[in-house]
Design a protein around this ligand. Structure first.
Ligand code: GLN
Length: 202
């Protein structure tokens, strides 16, 4: 069992279900802090971008001067985006009438809300391929984005009905689903153990 107490995980807390991520980090004994301004990025080891409304989060990123600081952070530090968070990490958004401006930290293209609207939201159990092992995790798809293009070199860690729903490259991980709504911390634990390995081994 890893000891997470040396970690501080930032959670982008502009809009969305950031409190759910905090609850899960509390469950694992990792410290967390909310990121609302550029200065809040200074003392964190990794960042979670939560689910919510990517249009609103994108606007607030600009309003609070966070765009460049977030891109700089993501050039070397671990970031995990869930749902709207995945949209914000992507390269390009299909039919982007709402003009969401992605951070372009992960070379995938996205279609928003493409698993159906609120009434078609669903929960399922996914098999994640984590470090070569198959691991089960609960997953909630809520107006979830679909990945329309994946660049070479981006790894697929889980699929749902043959579509990639969990991907990663280097220090960036993105899931079209939420795992933070329940107490299943499987994927959060993987994120911490896999991407923050240097800090955990100190
Ligand atoms: N469809 C939402 C968006 O485009 C994302 C939904 C979610 O984060 N659960 O922002």
């Amino acid at each position: 069992m890893s000891d997470f107490k040396n970690l501080t995980i930032g959670i982008l807390a502009l809009q969305g279900d950031y409190e759910c991520h905090k609850n899960q980090l509390d469950l694992l004994g990792a410290k967390s802090s909310y990121v609302r301004l550029p200065k809040h990025l200074a003392n964190i080891d990794a960042l979670i971008i939560p689910g919510g409304e990517s249009t609103t989060i994108s606007k607030l990123i600009d309003r609070f001067g966070l765009r460049e600081p977030l891109v700089d952070f993501g050039e070397s530090k671990p970031i995990w985006g869930t749902c709207a968070g995945m949209i914000l990490l992507s390269n390009e958004i299909e039919a982007n009438q709402a003009n969401v401006k992605p951070l372009q930290l992960l070379d995938i293209d996205i279609a928003r809300t493409a698993f159906g609207r609120q009434v078609f939201s669903f929960e399922t159990e996914l098999i994640l391929n984590l470090n070569g092992k198959e691991v089960k995790s609960e997953a909630s798809f809520i107006r979830a984005p679909r990945i329309k293009r994946i660049s070479k070199g981006v790894n697929i860690l889980a699929t749902y009905e043959n579509e990639a729903v969990l991907v990663e490259k280097d220090n960036i991980m993105a899931s079209s689903f939420h795992t933070e709504l329940e107490n299943d911390t499987t994927l959060l634990k993987f994120f911490l153990e896999n991407y923050l390995v240097d800090i955990l081994n100190k």
